[in-house]
Design a binder for this molecule. Structure first.
Ligand code: ZN
Length: 372
């Protein structure tokens, strides 16, 4: 809330109009009301122990672009907005602000949204004098937007490794997240012979070992699969695990590849469970469709980077961004700047100032062409 108050002050100091919508997204506006606008933005929330740039850089670059265009006092063909989205990182589930604008929230979603401590979105917002149900009013029509642009740190090592300053994002990866439960028989670690046990962990271990092959055979060079959490039950050192519960996060920018991977993983799990006399079940925790960036915006970003003399490369985004949700509503484009050593969601997250300046100038040039 302090960051929002600060940002509102910066917007007003720049001579722009500030406006907070029902989802607590903070908007800055350059130009008149009532006709379709271009939008640039990102989010100002962050993860616990996160760095200073994830999200916030895109918002401040957006604001700086609006400020600069305002200073230049050029005639505008279209209004321009900068938005700071609420809860992108997901204290209450994630992408709340952009989902509200894209009309993807229902009253039931708002009622059931809780953080890990069990605090409801409704109570958290009420404690700040805000009505969570008003998030439904933040919805925008597709006709009210011409396109959405987002500058973000790459959050990965590719641009740095290729010595590129500007990443021209071609699309944003889709993903599915499962919780997998292998169920065997808990038994005594000493008295149960190796060939007579139904060790639930064996199923998970063999599945984890099969992942590179499953990706080679069914995925693409851009596929990623991660088991980030494993829990064994009963969880005692002298008991054969009766249950192994693990997470699975699988990503790819192509929806067909993603569907093939889901099918291959389900089959592999089923075969492993059969081989070891286990039961297996999985629950789909989330599914996000891949999104292609707009070909016209990709081209503009590429040309702007070239004109400014920056090394650039096209790449997919492996992380989820507000742009993915905004793509339901309008054309989207994304600019990446390099992350030092690929670090993000960490206090070590950083981008060289020259790269930040380069990215901001590319954004300014693209917006200038669109609205100027
Ligand atoms: Zn972010």
């Amino acid at each position: 809330m302090e960051a929002r108050a600060w940002l509102r002050g910066r917007i007003e100091d720049a001579g722009l109009t500030a406006h907070q919508d029902g989802a607590a997204n903070l908007h800055a506006r350059l130009g008149w009301d009532g006709s379709p606008s271009y939008m640039i933005g990102s989010h100002i929330d962050t993860v616990p122990s996160g760095g200073p740039l994830d999200g916030a850089l895109g918002v401040l670059v957006g604001l700086e672009c609006l400020r600069r265009l305002h200073e230049l006092d050029l005639p505008l063909r279209h209004p321009l907005e900068c938005v700071a989205f609420s809860d992108e990182e997901g204290r209450f589930g994630g992408l709340l602000g952009s989902q509200a604008i894209a009309g993807q929230l229902s009253p039931a979603d708002l009622h059931k949204a809780r953080d890990l401590e069990g605090v409801s979105l409704i109570d958290a917002m009420a404690s700040r004098g805000l009505d969570a149900m008003a998030a439904l009013d933040a919805r925008r029509s597709a006709e009210s937007l011409l396109a959405y642009l987002e500058l973000h740190i790459e959050q990965g090592p590719v641009l740095e490794a290729r010595a590129a300053t500007i990443g021209v994002v071609e699309g944003i990866t889709g993903l599915f997240k499962w919780e997998i439960r292998m169920i065997g028989t808990p038994n005594h670690a000493g008295t149960t012979p190796m060939d007579l046990r139904h060790d639930a962990f064996t199923g998970v271990v063999e599945f984890a070992a099969a992942i590179p092959r499953l990706l080679d055979e069914n995925g693409s060079a851009r596929s990623r699969a991660t088991i980030g959490r494993v829990e064994l039950q009963p969880g005692s050192a002298n008991t054969v695990p009766g249950r192994a519960i693990c997470s699975l996060d699988v990503r790819d920018p192509n929806p067909e590849v993603l569907a093939n991977l889901a099918e291959a993983m389900r089959r592999s799990l089923s075969a492993l469970a059969r081989r070891h006399g286990l039961m297996f079940e999985f629950e789909i925790l989330s599914e996000v469709e891949p999104v292609a960036c707009d070909a016209g915006l990709i081209e503009r970003i590429d040309r702007a980077a070239e004109a400014l003399g920056h090394e650039r490369m096209r790449l997919p985004s492996g992380a989820v961004h507000d742009a993915q949700v905004m793509a339901k509503l309008t054309r989207v484009g994304m600019i990446f700047v390099p992350s030092l050593q690929g670090m993000s969601h960490s206090a070590a997250e950083w981008t060289a100032w020259e790269d930040i300046e380069a990215g901001a100038n590319v954004a300014l040039r693209v917006l200038g062409e669109l609205v100027g």
